[in-house]
Design a protein around this ligand. Structure first.
Ligand code: 13P
Length: 287
């Protein structure tokens, strides 16, 4: 069932767990994540970066694929189709294409401009029943061309953006897209606690979910994080399983070159990591 992410994240805050956003890249990714959510009776958010949207030929293709797959696979758990780190123009394109949720990443604009554009997009999204995420501070590292310096979010600015009526808020608290460096200082829980104090029950979003140790994930959830984004870890699992298949020469045996066989180990590996994350986040059985 394609739904906005508002209700599922409200429930997550009340139930002290988080819903995973898993980014999709193609049909295999989408199918593996949807099937894992259904098998585990978990709500799920499919994240689409602007780069991945382009790769899949455009948001209309993505939206049509996800809707059709939900129907043909008999997916009954709540699924949100969400634009990840959207530009102003990207948000409008996804609204038109039938996404159920958007993220407007105005974190690189001066706060006044972020406020102005977010306000406008909140109205557009809510008029059509979509949920909307905004960002304050920035997520370090790089994802599909979106580069962030990793500044810690200012709690007052978080409050300002939260008050515009966004449904959930991504606040930079030392999290980074991609793999964490050896000398990573960890999440800034003092900043998170201050943000939580000011924004109350607003669901908070933790980007850069790949490689954050379990104890930090649990602590972040206890401090109001209700949505955790994972992208790189699925890619690494896919890559490792595909490498193994080829290194074992399986692509050279029989019809092992058939793309449905060649991509199958990677697709299965994605299911494994998605289930592991759902267990850690506590969303299993919460659909
Ligand atoms: P990772 O690639 O580090 O898991 O981050 C995903 C993310 O935050 C998507 O916005």
């Amino acid at each position: 069932m394609l739904v906005s992410a508002t209700e599922m994240l409200k429930k997550a805050v009340e139930g002290h767990y988080a819903v995973g956003q898993f980014n999709i890249n193609n049909l295999e990714w989408t199918k593996s994540i949807l099937q894992t959510a259904q098998e585990n009776n978990s709500p799920v958010i499919l994240g689409v970066s602007e780069g991945a949207g382009k790769y899949m030929t455009g948001y209309k293709t993505v939206s049509a694929m996800v809707s059709a797959m939900i129907e043909e696979l008999g997916i009954t758990v709540p699924v949100a189709l969400h634009l990840d780190h959207g530009s102003y123009e990207g948000c409008y394109k996804c609204v038109k294409a039938g996404f159920s949720s958007i993220m407007f990443d105005g974190s690189h604009f001066p706060i006044e401009e972020n406020v102005e554009k977010t306000t406008e997009l909140v109205h557009v999204a809510h008029n059509l029943g979509l949920s909307i995420e905004a960002e304050v501070g920035s997520i370090g590292g790089e994802e599909d061309g979106v580069v962030g310096a990793g500044e810690i979010a200012d709690p007052e600015e978080c409050k300002k953006i939260a008050d515009l009526g966004v449904d959930f808020l991504a606040a930079g608290i030392g999290n980074i897209h991609g793999k964490y460096p050896e000398n990573w200082k960890g999440l800034d829980f003092d900043a998170l606690a201050k943000i939580k104090e000011l924004v109350g029950d607003m669901p908070l979003v933790l980007h850069g979910g790949t490689g954050i140790p379990e104890d930090m994930i649990k602590k972040a959830i206890s401090l109001g994080v209700a949505k955790i984004n994972v992208n790189t870890e699925c890619q690494l699992y896919f890559q490792e399983a595909t490498r193994k298949y080829i290194e074992e020469g399986k692509d050279l045996q029989g019809k092992g070159y058939d793309p449905r066989k060649l991509l199958a180990p990677g697709a299965e590996a994605i299911k494994v990591i998605v289930k592991e994350k759902m267990e850690l986040f506590g969303s299993i059985g919460k659909a």
